[in-house]
Design a protein around this ligand. Structure first.
Ligand code: SAM
Length: 280
């Protein structure tokens, strides 16, 4: 099976669990259907989630809180890559207001159905969930002010293409503001080889310098990777146990190697442009 098929199957199951009243379970735990790992828990403040549908909050499978760290202005267009149950799309819609728009993009039918139901419950009009793949974003060039994403790019088998697509759809001066799991230095090959750990956002994680390199290669500037959570051996034990990895044998090789990070970058403004407003 291709990675994409496995990812669709696992996240489809997670969406169905929420739709039937359970929590989605999270991160690496999504692979084992066990709850709740140190990656996905406690990401949002109560003041962000109070007015959201319970099923949007329960479906959260991210590793950060991109809308809390990103600058979003009224009237802007935001695109969330791999929007899942839609939590960050609904939060973005609130921030950009009725004059703005928040798109969610996801390839998994069950997640799209859940996200659309969450939009209906939230009663917001400035939101649209699109079906598609983050490697082929179904939006025109230069059409989006901010690309956000929460723990999804690590799942792609073609990260350079995803980053290139994000660059294409961003307007000149547009911002890339993404939460993701990244690694610091090399991690053991046995971790990289596990399909379940790939689905759980671990095995596919980019090394932090490689992330920067791919962003620069696509044309982004002002690139910054900020660690938001660095996982110690006990955290690693939680997401590696049960995945066929002898955690104690590789303890020193995983301690501090995995982190959730907020990755910022900017598409250069158009030549001769005096500021963000004159480019739009
Ligand atoms: C870890 S969940 C994160 C969901 C959401 N961002 C959140 O924070 O709750 C990954 C989501 O990305 C979607 N996804 C994974 N790979 C994708 C791809 N290549 N194209 C489109 N969607 C993808 C999955 O269907 C799933 O809904």
């Amino acid at each position: 099976m291709e990675i994409k098929d496995v990812v669709k199957e696992k996240y489809g199951q997670a969406a169905l669990r929420v739709a039937t009243g359970c929590s989605s379970c999270c991160g690496a735990a999504a692979a084992t259907l066990d709850c709740c790992d140190p990656i996905t828990s406690n990401l949002y403040d109560a003041n962000q989630t109070t007015d959201l549908p319970d099923t949007a909050v329960k479906a959260s499978l991210g590793c950060g809180n991109p809308t809390a760290l990103a600058k979003l202005n009224p009237g802007e267009t935001v695109l969330d890559l791999g929007s899942g149950g839609g939590i960050d799309v609904l939060l973005s819609a609130r921030r950009v207001g009725p004059a703005g728009k928040a798109y969610g993009l996801d390839m998994t039918d069950e997640m799209l159905a859940l996200a659309r139901e969450n939009q209906r419950k939230a009663g917001v009009d400035n939101v649209e969930f699109l079906k598609g793949e983050i490697e082929n974003i179904p939006l025109p060039d230069n059409s989006v002010d901010v690309v956000i994403s929460n723990c999804v790019i690590n799942l792609s088998a073609d990260k350079a293409r995803v980053i290139g697509e994000a660059f294409r759809v961003l307007k000149p001066g547009g911002r890339f503001a993404v939460s993701d799991v990244v690694t610091r230095g090399e991690v053991p090959a046995e971790v990289r080889q596990s399909m379940l750990l790939w689905v759980g956002c671990i095995a596919g994680a980019l090394e932090e310098h490689e992330y920067v390199r791919l962003l620069a290669q696509a044309g982004f500037e002002s690139i910054d990777v900020e660690a938001t959570r660095v996982y110690d051996i006990e955290d690693a034990r939680q997401f590696l146990t049960g995945q066929g990895v002898d955690v104690d044998a590789i303890a020193t090789q995983v301690e501090g190697k995995f982190m959730s990070a907020f990755i910022r970058a900017m598409k250069p403004s158009a030549k001769g442009c005096c500021g963000p407003s004159c480019c739009s």
